[in-house]
Design a protein around this ligand. Structure first.
Ligand code: FES
Ligand code: FES
Length: 156
């Protein structure tokens, strides 16, 4: 049964009529045309669908849209300010930290959540915090370097 739901995504409020248990990922992709977050496993195992809900990285494939409430959702599309890429996006480009790119949106959002709460993580912390984000192309070392590069840039 559909219900009226209001969610805030990338600073914009949306009013929808959907079943409350619809995965947030489906709403983002199918209703809001935000196709940055990807469907990988659908079971909270790969991280391709990662977005931020409030200050936390979350697997949007298993978050019912009805559970988001007043929290701000940020997707990869929300990282770009005007035409300016986020430091993490620039760093991923500079380090060539994407191969197929399927994992990259989730990687970037998990990395943003990490750097928001820890601006200067050491390599072991980055590896530990990012361990649940799967990359089938094996660019993990470049991703770690990109996060270190962005952290440095953001610290100024
Ligand atoms: S699609 Fe959500 S964790 Fe894999
Ligand atoms: S770049 Fe292909 S899955 Fe990570």
């Amino acid at each position: 049964m559909s219900v009226s739901i209001s969610i805030s995504v990338n600073g914009k409020r949306h009013h929808l009529s959907v079943p409350a248990d619809t995965p947030l990922l489906y709403v983002l992709r199918n209703d809001l045309q935000l196709n940055g977050p990807k469907f990988g496993c659908g079971e909270a195992q790969c991280g391709a669908c990662t977005v931020m809900i409030g200050k936390e990285a979350a697997r949007s494939c298993v978050v019912p849209v009805g559970a988001v409430g007043a929290a701000q959702v940020i997707t990869i599309e929300g990282l770009v300010k005007g035409k300016r890429l986020h430091a993490l996006q620039n760093a991923f480009l500079a380090e060539q930290a994407a191969q197929c790119g399927y994992c990259s949106s989730g990687m970037l959002m998990a990395a943003k959540a990490l750097l928001d709460r820890n601006p200067d993580p050491d390599e072991a912390t980055i590896r530990r915090e990012m361990t649940g984000q799967k990359c089938r192309c094996g660019v993990h070392n470049r991703i770690v370097r990109a996060i270190q590069r962005a952290a440095k840039e953001l610290r100024g």
